[in-house]
Design a protein around this ligand. Sequence first.
Ligand SMILES: Nc1ncnc2c1ncn2[C@@H]1O[C@H](COP(=O)(O)OP(=O)(O)OP(=O)(O)O)[C@@H](O)[C@H]1O
Length: 420
Amino acid sequence: MERNGSASTSTSSLFLDRVGEVAVTLDPDGLSWKPIDRESSGSSCLCMNYRLKTENRIEFSNVYAVELIDWGLIEDANRNSGSFFSGNKFEMYRFVVHGFHRGKTHGSPWTLCEYTFGHKDMLICQSWVEHLIASTNNDAVRPKSLLVFVHPLCGKGNGVKTWETVAPIFSHAKVQTEVTVTQRAGHAFDCIASLSHRELSSFDGIVAVGGDGLFNEVLNGLLSSRHDAPFPPSPQELDNKSDKNCQHLNNDISRAVESNGLGVSKCTTNNGPCNADEDVKVSFPNDWFRVGLIPAGSTDAIVISTTGTRDPVTSALHIILGKKVSLDIAQVVRWKTSPSSTEVPSVRYAASFAGYGFYGDVIKESEGYRWMGPKRYDFAGTVAFLKHRSYEAKVTFLKTEEQETTSVMILKMLLSILQM
Ligand SMILES: Nc1ncnc2c1ncn2[C@@H]1O[C@H](COP(=O)(O)OP(=O)(O)OP(=O)(O)O)[C@@H](O)[C@H]1O
């Protein structure tokens, strides 16, 4: 690798698979190469008097892995033409730059690409790999170890196949994955809920390969015992208190959330959580643990509202690059029905929607028709509709301390429309 005039740029002559010999240049933002056509120069191969053809380039922000691979073949674009590439000269040390092309708009899928470079000197290949890894790796944001749950029956039954398609992307990027193929509904929930804080903190995140239902299990498994915020006031409390008292209640809740330290894991280092078992407590939300979703379900509403496309490769790349997107989570609390009951309320979390009444019936009904694939929702919806049940609900809400926000105004308008 030769340094050019500028300290931040280096150039070497390497071989690029299916192209031939190229002059490769590394700059602060990416890697470019220009084919070297020695034949047309009519000079010896020691001379760098080459003709420049079209230039090619990949930005580091579009590289997800760089790997040194075995000694092996590099093909010339023109391998039957009897050019400088012949016989054993095809064999050399090689490294691969794994990248991708981003879609032009949000919601277009990202497509994979890879470039295999070679050189007869292994040290030169090694030096390129080291430089490229140093330029592309952002240890602070990329996950290193992930727990993966695959739902084999999701969508059209392609969960395992979907994982097999994206698994090589994780392995090229040296992201370790511990994979569980679910055996039953609730399997992922049970596994995650039963992990100790220490076990959970040994992973950078959890990935669901499936649909919204599996993601929901992952979310609930994570939050069921680790989101220790106080409960919102019960309907009874709301009924019994005046508006003013409710305001106090609301303030109490906010204070309790703050004093619980919600939002920070209690023991963290710059690189994430520390590992002294008794001191580790993983609580949510926090800014290091990730939850990812590789779409393979029937509706994939969560993926559509995040990456914008139902493409497993695009989601895998977002996860590997450590891309973050905030997701609103609703906490749904079902209160005890008898005033004397000492049972704690049952709590669930929802990421895409929480349904009561008709929606609940549709989902329950649709489970029996899973063999229909996504069409089961239309069928179950029609059946639930024809049953013509009615559902009772009362909606109450607390005002925030600030003046009424637009959303509260809209909610009020909606409520008054419903009451008409
Ligand atoms: N091995 C399994 N066998 C049966 N049910 C499972 C299994 N693993 C997970 N489940 C349950 O199946 C439900 C639906 O799964 P998932 O959301 O992955 O697929 P989907 O229903 O096809 O997609 P979507 O939710 O996007 O419509 C989940 O709520 C989950 O609890």
